[in-house]
Write a protein that binds this ligand. Structure first.
Ligand SMILES: Nc1nc2c(ncn2[C@@H]2O[C@H](COP(=O)(O)OP(=O)(O)OP(=O)(O)O)[C@@H](O)[C@H]2O)c(=O)[nH]1
Ligand SMILES: [Mg+2]
Length: 463
């Protein structure tokens, strides 16, 4: 897959009907293909300047049939997305049109692009590094504004620059070690304590960057929030309130919700799958029994449990059962129906819930009036992020990057140990080389073809 000598083509817009649809062609034959397919005025596309748009007609040269009128966008190498000659046909967005135009491009010598191959070429041609290429995919996949922002900053190179800076730090330490090997007469023997302190500082910075990955992953991949509690406390009402949509059936009858109801929401920019469940209780109704079993299973799979209690009714055995089911995981407790509770009684209920919540935050809320919903969302976001809101400029959102950073930190720690024992300097450089390689995998300098292949395989076709 890692070759660049042929010309690739793909439909770059999603399947189905749309205002426009784009067929993209990149490679040495791109301009020649445009010449064959596209007619506009007297000048052939291959004679147009780079970054030109032309209105014209797409024709099947074999039959002379007119296929569509379209815009041609033309970018010459190296100033294009892929770094190669690129043409894009902006057609009317219908599947038959786009299939036909793509077919013509293939007939004229292009090959169907593999997933992510345009971006792969951008990477191989040095238009972006590996972390930036991965961010392209994250941008496309972003479901919330926060995820979009993180992906954009990574594509713009914020993470790459931080990784590059850390690599330079390691290179600097390595240069000091190597100088002591090669020029011990001039620079003197290695200052082991100073080197050890220097390596420890660098490792601290690598670890700090790795530590942002927890939050980064939450923003990128989202979390599952299971809403649990005994019947009738207002779980479905809270789901609807969080979604701002009447999604689940709400009635005064306990046992209304039988099956799981799962819906996507965005809470403080975090993509959330909110799961409403059947009220947990002992029951003889076989349908409800299955519902309760599903509620427990949903809880098992959830990242955060939203345990709902009633702000008016006191603590019951049913609450204890629901709380026990949620024990041991990230949880937020909501005292719902606060609009029905007297102020003093509410304070007592909050205190009682705090006693039993085992450290989980307790929020008084009303699904009916929306009071307290803001604080509930705040608490859910904090629970999802394990309390750590990313403040750093560079945030790691990718498991692969986090794993590489952990290996870099481990190598640095080895180097520290070697230094501490005042072992021969070449042994230290071996560990430092390991740290450099691990950091280089993030931006791609030291990534294997297999790693690169795996990354682009997950892209969509045409990207
Ligand atoms: N006053 C008031 N009533 C509420 C509030 N939240 C829910 N209710 C009412 O409480 C009743 C039960 O609400 P649901 O949302 O169906 O409760 P649930 O926990 O999903 O119940 P099950 O599905 O049976 O387990 C309904 O009559 C709701 O209108 C609230 O904040 N204030
Ligand atoms: Mg319900």
């Amino acid at each position: 897959m890692l070759h660049l000598d042929d010309t690739i083509a793909a439909i770059a817009t999603p399947p189905g009907e749309g205002g426009i649809g784009i067929v993209r062609v990149s490679g040495p034959r791109a301009l020649a293909i445009a010449d064959r397919l596209f007619a506009s005025g007297s000048r052939a596309p291959s004679h147009l300047a780079s970054h030109t748009i032309r209105y014209g007609k797409i024709r099947d040269t074999a039959t002379g049939e007119r296929v569509d009128d379209a815009l041609l966008l033309l970018f010459r190498a190296p100033r294009s997305y892929t770094g190669e000659d690129v043409v894009e046909f902006s057609c009317h967005g219908g599947p038959a049109i786009l299939r036909r135009v793509l077919g013509l491009a293939l007939r004229e010598g292009a090959r169907l692009a593999e997933p992510g191959e345009f971006t792969l070429r951008a990477y191989l041609n040095g238009r972006m590094d590996l972390a930036q290429a991965e961010a392209v995919c994250d941008q496309v996949r972003a479901r919330t504004d926060a995820a979009r922002r993180l992906a954009l900053s990574q594509r713009e190179g914020v993470l790459s620059r931080e990784v590059g800076r850390l690599r330079q730090e390691v290179v600097g330490a390595m240069a000091a070690v190597e100088a002591s090997i090669d020029f011990s007469d001039e620079v003197g023997d290695l200052d082991y304590p100073a080197l050890e302190a220097r390596l420890r500082r660098i490792r601290g910075e690598v670890e700090a960057l790795e530590a942002t990955s927890q939050a980064g992953r939450v923003f990128r991949e989202g979390v599952r929030v299971a809403i649990v509690g005994r019947p009738n406390v207002g779980k479905s009402s809270l789901l609807n309130a969080l979604l701002r949509e009447e999604r689940a059936i709400v009635t005064p009858v306990p046992g209304t919700t039988r099956d799981l109801i799962e819906e996507a929401a965005s809470i403080r920019g975090i993509p959330v799958r909110a799961i409403d469940t059947a009220g947990i209780r002992q029951t003889c109704d076989p349908v409800e029994q299955i519902g309760v079993a599903r509620a427990r299973a949903a809880l098992e799979r959830a990242d955060v449990a939203l345990v709902v209690l009633d702000a008016v009714e006191g603590w019951t055995a049913g609450d204890a059962e629901a709380a026990a089911a949620a024990a041991g995981r990230q949880a937020v407790w909501a005292l719902n129906k606060r609009d029905l509770a007297e102020e003093s009684a509410l304070a007592a209920r909050i205190a009682e819930a705090r006693d039993r919540a085992g450290g989980a935050p307790v929020v008084a809320v009303s699904a009916l009036t929306g009071e307290g919903l803001d604080s509930l969302e705040e608490a859910l976001a904090a629970a999802a992020l394990h309390g750590a809101l990313p403040e750093a400029a560079a945030v790691v959102t990718n498991v692969r990057h986090a794993e590489a950073l952990r290996r870099a930190a481990a190598s640095l720690q080895e180097a520290e140990a070697t230094t501490l024992q005042a072992l021969p300097p070449d042994l230290i450089t071996v560990d430092l080389r390991g740290a450099l390689d691990a950091l280089g995998e993030i931006t791609g300098e030291t990534a294997s073809d297999e790693v690169i292949h795996r990354i682009f395989r997950d892209f969509c076709i045409g990207k």
